[in-house]
Write a protein that binds this ligand. Structure first.
Ligand code: ZN
Length: 303
């Protein structure tokens, strides 16, 4: 069993670029997520697959900024959010309801128990003035994370896409294949069979094999008769973007009355980041400073 040491994406292309692929592997970065969220195994594994899927999507869609994958569930899991940025950083959070969750609960019973779950993909630009936001919404149409994302891709991006994803307590691994539009007008033969050939080879992949095989080895094992080109690896990492300044801005939006009432009740205002579980604490002095004109938002930390 070889678990990933680097956290990375590996891109390749094949058959005169008519098939493109990406592998994702997470070890330490996945551990950083798990250290911050206590999750039942069934939810943990689906979250891992969703992170893998979001990173693969982000790698495919040409976009500078953030890709946010949100699953709104109508079962015991009410929300999953994965945010990937073009610098390779990502973060994720899960909201669970009250219902107990079996260890072997499947994707549908977790997120689409009544058929009303939905998947929202948001592309958020880098900054307010140059960035733009695009949002696509699809029903949770499929029995697995891979099927839902495949349908999203054929719907929204109109690129035939296949995904294989697996996650457990130790690792996340995934493979994406995409059929690229053939380069019309260029000399040379078009390899019409490449897409069915590649997807049939990858269809033999079981989750356990995917989890235990490093990307390079997996590509060799599946596609050893093919000529793969354009290998390009990019590093991934867990990173949260919360800060004391952002929490302060949020408290200011909430207003003085609201902040003071929490302060009266609890003696301190504590805001916990749902992505990284960091607790940002504001005592009476910090709270008073929030509403003093002209004070910088980055008030020195008082913990
Ligand atoms: Zn955070």
């Amino acid at each position: 069993m070889e678990r990933p040491s680097p956290d990375r994406l590996l891109r390749f292309s094949a058959a005169a670029a008519s098939v493109r692929g990406e592998c994702v592997e997470l070890g330490a970065a996945w551990q950083a997520v798990l250290a911050r969220h206590e999750l039942p195994p069934a939810v943990r594994d689906r979250l891992g697959e969703l992170i893998g899927a979001a990173l693969l999507l982000a790698a495919t869609i040409k976009h500078d900024g953030a890709l946010i994958l949100q699953l709104h569930g109508d079962g015991p899991v009410s929300l999953v959010v994965v945010e990937c940025r073009s610098d390779g950083s990502f973060r994720a959070t899960v909201k669970l309801g009250e219902a107990p969750i079996a260890d072997d609960a499947d994707f549908t019973s977790l997120l689409n128990a009544n058929g009303r779950g939905r998947c929202v993909v948001t592309l958020d630009g880098t900054s307010g003035d140059t960035g733009h936001t695009y949002q696509g919404v699809v029903p949770l149409d499929g029995d697995s994370v891979a099927e839902v994302i495949e349908r999203y891709m054929s719907h929204s991006e109109q690129i035939p896409t296949r995904l294989w994803l697996a996650a457990d307590a130790g690792a996340v691994r995934g493979l994406m294949l995409q059929r690229m539009p053939s380069a019309g007008g260029l000399a040379g033969e078009v390899d019409e069979d490449a897409w069915p050939r590649f997807t049939q080879l990858a269809a033999t992949l079981e989750p356990a094999e995917l989890l235990d095989t490093p990307a390079e080895k997996l590509l060799h094992r599946l596609f050893w008769q093919e000529r793969l080109a354009g290998r390009d690896a990019r590093t991934l990492r867990f990173a949260c973007r919360c800060s004391r300044g952002k929490v302060a801005a949020m408290l200011r939006m909430l207003g003085r009355d609201e902040v003071e009432s929490v302060l009266d009740e609890q003696g301190v205002v504590e805001v916990r980041c749902e992505f990284c579980n960091e607790a940002w604490r504001f005592d009476a002095v910090d709270c008073a400073a929030l509403f003093v004109e002209g004070l910088a938002p980055e008030h020195p930390t008082r913990q």
